[in-house]
Write a protein that binds this ligand. Sequence first.
Ligand code: GAL
Length: 408
Amino acid sequence: MNTTQTALVAGLLAAVAVWAPATAAEATVQPFPDVSRIAPTPPMGWNSWNHFAEHVTDADIRSAADFLVSTGMRDAGYVYVNIDDTWQGKRDAHGVLHSNERFPDMQALSQYIHAKGLKFGIYSSPGARTCAGYEGSLGHEAEDARMYAAWGVDFLKYDLCSLREDMKKAKAEHPDDPDVAKNIMIDAYRKMGAALSATGRTIVYSLCQYGVDQPWTWGPSVGASMWRTTGDISDSYARMSKIGFGQAGLAAFAGAGHWNDPDMLEIGNGKMSEDEYRTHMSLWALLAAPLLAGNDLSKMGPADRQILTNPDAIAIDQDSLGSQGERLYRDGELEVWRRPLSGGRVAVGVFNRGESPRDVSIKLARVGFPGGASLRDVWKQKDLGRRSRSFKDTVPKHGVTLLIVSSR
Ligand code: GAL
């Protein structure tokens, strides 16, 4: 983050702290220790939802862990293995939540994952029910957090789901209080943040509430390392590009330790072209987005593997400056995005959202290099040498040219 962005975020967080009305729940919550070191770069891994959805089993998770290693994904940085919704069974008389029959032994599963040099992620909801109707954490936050820590959980996705109904009800009961629903939500997220923090275990706390009430302005104050900015992605160019290009304007709210999350990856799920998946990966890298693959790794072909493990795209995503990219300009269906990188370099994405190939010419002065620059083409994996004024290329329909630009 540059100085202006840091000041902006600090100002916003201060504003949130002043503005947020104190509630009874807040009064009992301890201030958060600094969680910014938990995810210094956007978390990378794999999540079960986009491919397996509610059918996921222990065997699928073990297989994902195996394939993360054998495909080179782990070594490329994809280390979290996250079970999404539908692992939960019933709570017993002591309030302890048990996993269901598809997950016979969570401790053993966690050990299996950790033994492979991977990390273990899990999912719950601040509501009584998850989105798939399974048991949520409402009223059991502290005991659930302790159980996650005992299982060796490294990542929690916390999905609003049925708490939305409680929020709606409160809104109907208190029509004169415009913030009642928002306060219920923030308190609920803060409660689990505090419970995770109290376990003493390092757990990435990932908020999933579809961008309701601008979580980027209050996510850090509840201990979150990342927060969803949108509704659900699907394996379609229309949906992916709507979400991805819709992230313009959010860069000031991301930085080392706290990330905007435009949802998980669909690369490899089969319903987009290779160019479209390259657009997906390029946008997420420029956006400093968490990279959580969501495909069936046991069936991944070489093209999808190359897209997911492109070393330059990953280096852009994980760049140590932690500065999120922004749209620089639009020209009809052409969009040029720019992300500052460490060492004075920048990443530039030239996207063609149109329906036919497009010849483009990008002035280097416009992306910050009036004296010319050296270029590397990320998808061709090729150094293009120096250009003094401009860069020309043909970008395929729904495709991208992704460059790393440096003055040297
Ligand atoms: C949605 C969430 C998805 C997935 C699903 C599980 O609310 O956005 O990513 O977690 O619930 O039921």
